[in-house]
Design a protein. Sequence first.
Length: 202
Amino acid sequence: MRKQELQVIKATSENLQKIVILHYDNLAGDLVDMGPAVLSEFYRKGFVNNNIQVYMGVVEDRISGFAVITDNEESTFRKNLYSSIWAVLRLFIIARKRPLIKTILRKFKGGDEGVDVGPSLLYLAIDKHLRCNGLGRKLLNAIELKLKNNSETKYHLQVKCENSVAINFYMNNGFIEIRYVPERELIVLEKELSITNITKGH
């Protein structure tokens, strides 16, 4: 059987709802814990503020995965979710309360030591029914080409220590561990970009 053709295209606000559903169904983390309404708010503000770039993997007109990058991770979350007292109050209306309070308390206590400066891969999600077909590699390739076109020389990401599948995937695609953040039980991975180490799509 011929392998299905994968296309990587840049998402717009018109794709927001499908991206939110894919994120909620296939990833874990603070935003997922706080609920789909908070996820939707994050992406909606991200498109309005133009501080995230979302690339979709499309197979036969179906969005089967996506990746999200930003130039400034800390600023992106602040502007999209915590930009004012009114924004925080809105979160208390739309979010699940316990995860929201936990996240806000961590921020006030300086518990975001995992945040690094520079281009960041915030999320990479593949539909769990369509994995192992090269989509993850192709999404990484699209991201790295964009970063190189913007004269970036490296980028980073965070991953939970317990997520051995993701850690192995990224390390097999040229990332190295640069530090461990015990307070959040995560590691920061980084990849140097050059003409020879851009991930080849399959």
